[in-house]
Design a protein around this ligand. Sequence first.
Ligand SMILES: *[C@@H]1O[C@H](CO)[C@@H](O)[C@H](O)[C@H]1NC(C)=O
Ligand SMILES: *[C@@H]1O[C@H](CO)[C@@H](O)[C@H](O)[C@H]1NC(C)=O
Ligand SMILES: *[C@@H]1O[C@H](CO)[C@@H](O)[C@H](O)[C@H]1NC(C)=O
Ligand SMILES: *[C@@H]1O[C@H](CO)[C@@H](O)[C@H](O)[C@H]1NC(C)=O
Ligand SMILES: *[C@@H]1O[C@H](CO)[C@@H](O)[C@H](O)[C@H]1NC(C)=O
Length: 494
Amino acid sequence: MSLALLSLAALCWNAAYPEPTIQCGSENGPSPEWKVQHALTPGDLRDLRVEPVKITVEPQEYSLLMNISWILRADASIRLLKATKICVTSKSNFQSYSCVRCNYTEAFQHQTRPSGRRWKFFYIGFPVELSTVYFIGAYNIPTANMNEDGPSLSANFTSPGCLDHIMKYKKKCIEEGSLWDPNITACKKNEKTVEVNFTTSPLGDRYLALIQNKAVLGFSTVWENKLTRTSVVIPVTGESEGAVVQLAPYFRTCGHDCIRHKGTVVLCPKKRLQNSLDNNDRTVLGGWLPLLMALLVVTWVLVVGIYLLQRHEKIKTTSFPATTILPPIKVLVVYPSEICFQHTVCYFTEFLESHCRSEVILEKWQKKKIAEMGPVQWLTTQKKAADRIIFLLSNDVNTVCDATCGKNEGSASENSQDLFPLAFNIFCSDLTSQICLHKYIVVYFREADTEDYSALNVCPKYHLMKEATAFCKELLHIKQHVSAGKRSQACHNC
Ligand SMILES: *[C@@H]1O[C@H](CO)[C@@H](O)[C@H](O)[C@H]1NC(C)=O
Ligand SMILES: *[C@@H]1O[C@H](CO)[C@@H](O)[C@H](O)[C@H]1NC(C)=O
Ligand SMILES: *[C@@H]1O[C@H](CO)[C@@H](O)[C@H](O)[C@H]1NC(C)=O
Ligand SMILES: *[C@@H]1O[C@H](CO)[C@@H](O)[C@H](O)[C@H]1NC(C)=O
Ligand SMILES: *[C@@H]1O[C@H](CO)[C@@H](O)[C@H](O)[C@H]1NC(C)=O
């Protein structure tokens, strides 16, 4: 009985003082209240805040909006408050401006909530773009009269990029792999190899896995276009325990600039194979024995069958010439220091070694030798030793790449000088000689500006990966000439 009375009392209280809520709608033009003079107007807001929120539109599809919240001042002018207007200006490529008006459903009877806390409201709307600056202004209605300064409150909000825990749900970010978790595990199998496992994504078809502590110890490209767990064994030159695995994906929308992931190389667990074999010996053998017997019988029947067939048809087997395994060709790759080593040079080296039967000489991997011999001597020696010299050009200068490269190079970049201009000058005289010219190739990934090195225009030029096959042919073609002894005496000086 008393309970019923209590709830009745609560109902009456609510009916007498219904709590104001908000009803918001867009209002880009001036508010109707502007046109009327008001003797008294409400004060300004106490606080205004903005944060991005993720709203799930459909499974796997999200909308990123602003959650704009404001607090009203607890003073007597609150009784005059009818609405709050919020306007958002975005300053990205193009400027946009839009406003929303939130009407309070009831007049405010109290300066605070019944609990004693200040009145606080929030509005969710206004789409948030990536890395954009927004100016949010809010004022109370009725506003001050035409020629008076209206009270208002403003806030700045700079939306974060794809790395943010909310913004990563933006469609563009998802396409760049923001939700992809490669879950990298890596372990040192022995002194020479590291095993790396990771989950690939259907967003792309290629990954570069790089093992590095201070220097790059080894790397490998993985081709896979489905979501699956892959495993790759990477040869390394140096102590790999505790080294970092860097995984650079190449997804369709971000290419070289996708979000990269890192892992750490630990020691591989020692396999206790003997034990498990002992335990499973009997059951395994018991299960497999009949199958093995059947296989043996089938094989025997096959062998006898083939033997009889061959005898019957008296086939003369002609011996095919054994495919001669040609020695790899030595390729010296020179590149300007602006090129991102990890993206471009590593990738290119990997390509040469795995697809064009080449052994690559890189300045980066012979730092010690260069220091001993001096760069000029080193270049001259390498020029003699190399079958081909490739100028790797790229105008692919972007900040993301540079930042990563810079970080990983660390001290290395301080003591390394850019060998490219030096190489260019040393090799330049060859470029005017028809006999020596064959040694040089220019390769670029994106249309590069060769203006500074116009002498290179006489060299064959290849656009990778577009002209990968032609490039490889050109590279190996020379080797055949060389091995066929067509290399003229004069060319030994090239
Ligand atoms: C808010 O109030 C104004 C003035 O009474 C009215 O024109 C507007 O339609 C209202 N907006 C909403 C969303 O109710
Ligand atoms: C929006 O912000 C308000 C105030 O901070 C908070 O109470 C509310 O839960 C937020 N809404 C969402 C959907 O995050
Ligand atoms: C917002 O940013 C502008 C320009 O950067 C600055 O002048 C202004 O003071 C900032 N306003 C607030 C409320 O932080
Ligand atoms: C990552 O891989 C490990 C080992 O394969 C597995 O135990 C773990 O559950 C995976 N974590 C995630 C988040 O998929
Ligand atoms: C990688 O996966 C293979 C096969 O599942 C497994 O045997 C190996 O232990 C894994 N290695 C690492 C480093 O996780």
